[in-house]
Design a protein around this ligand. Structure first.
Ligand code: KG4
Ligand code: ZN
Length: 334
């Protein structure tokens, strides 16, 4: 069967065509149109501009993803209906409903976080159940216990900023621009991660996260040292020290979750999970603790619609079909 996935939850217009047969899947196309150029001059996402850009891009992106196949050939249309920016979600949902109404294709709705969790199934080897899933993105930092498809239990979440949000805010403080993750990763490679001892919010006794104190600590360090933004040696050291604090926390919390649940399978996803230093440290921890680690390639960690198509496929198999009265939701727990 052929499933089209569409995600317009934030600032990327994404569409992906998935072919699935007896549980085996093939990603036929995975198209992502980034809006970075639109938002970078504002230092962050401007929601109104994001929805307008989605409106402009949804047709061309879907057309490219369909690779010459007619929309009437689809067996299911899977759309992300939340959480995210409401105006952006509305574009994807309205588009999906219009296509399903005119072609009679079954509509399936998917939570963006479920997409991230199930991105572990987009590449071989795939995890067996149960497994732990750590989502580290710009909007979310959370840990789930996954017992099966559609069986998710939240073990912890950020109490304030998401890890990617901290990267973006620190990048702005350092004058490196938006989005910040890749810029900080690049600069951190040249810096000393031990130069500044930034705090690590381990929050003992819980699997929750907190990154806003770290961002404030970076701000204070910048103030006291009177650094000029971008490029200097000290900026590199700040980037490296900041990143080392984020990674220490993520790795230790993952270790705690493994110990607490005794589940020795861990899947990573979200934009921050494309960070090579984080992947390397998680790999070392996994080897040390004899844990199976599932980290899809970076293009499947960051926002994409292949994960939405796959999650939609599982809903379709479970006969969980959405109505054409589907409405997007800015806040949507998994
Ligand atoms: O998953 P994603 O594409 O979108 C959300 O669902 O939020 O994640 C985007 C976030 C941004 O905050 C971005 O700065 C961060 O992921 N990011 C990174 C890297 N690439 C993207 N953070 C650290 N290192 C990276 N290489
Ligand atoms: Zn995401």
């Amino acid at each position: 069967m052929l499933i089209l996935g569409v995600d317009t939850s934030c600032d990327d217009t994404a569409a992906s065509l998935l072919s699935a047969e007896d549980g085996n899947i093939e990603i036929v196309s995975n198209v992502v149109s980034s809006q970075t150029a639109v938002h970078s001059k504002y230092g962050g996402i401007v929601p109104e501009l994001a929805s307008r850009k989605h409106l402009e891009m949804i047709w061309p992106v879907v057309e490219e993803a369909m690779s010459g196949i007619g929309l009437d050939k689809l067996d299911a249309f899977s759309v992300c209906h939340g959480p995210g920016l409401i105006g952006s979600l509305l574009v994807g949902c309205s588009f999906a409903k219009a296509v399903c109404y005119s072609t009679g294709t079954p509509l399936v709705s998917v939570n963006h976080l479920e997409g991230h969790v199930l991105s572990a199934f987009l590449e071989n080897p795939i995890p067996e159940f149960p497994f732990l899933s750590l989502i580290v993105s710009g909007g979310h930092t959370c840990l789930y216990r996954v017992e099966g498809f559609m069986k998710y239990t939240e073990l912890g979440r950020t109490r304030d900023d998401a890890a990617g949000e901290a990267y973006d805010k620190v990048s702005k403080l350092l004058g490196l621009g938006y989005p910040g993750g890749m810029q900080i990763e690049r600069l951190a490679k040249e810096g000393n991660p031990k130069a500044i001892k930034f705090p690590r919010a381990y929050l003992p006794g819980t699997l929750d996260f907190s990154f806003s104190g770290l961002k404030t600590a970076v701000k204070l360090a910048l103030g006291s040292q009177g650094l000029s933004p971008a490029g200097g040696m000290a900026t590199r050291d700040i980037a490296a020290s900041f990143q080392s604090s984020v990674i220490d926390v993520l790795v230790r919390k993952a270790e705690w979750a493994i110990k607490k649940t005794r589940i020795k399978r861990l899947a990573l996803s979200g934009g921050v999970a494309s960070n090579s230093a984080l992947r390397e440290r998680m790999k070392e921890m996994a080897e040390d603790k004899e844990v199976e680690l599932y980290a899809p390639r970076p293009a499947l960690c960051t926002d994409n619609a292949a994960m939405i198509a796959f999650a939609g496929y599982r809903h379709f198999l479970a006969n969980d079909i959405a109505g054409l009265d589907l409405n997007p939701k800015a806040h949507l727990p998994l």
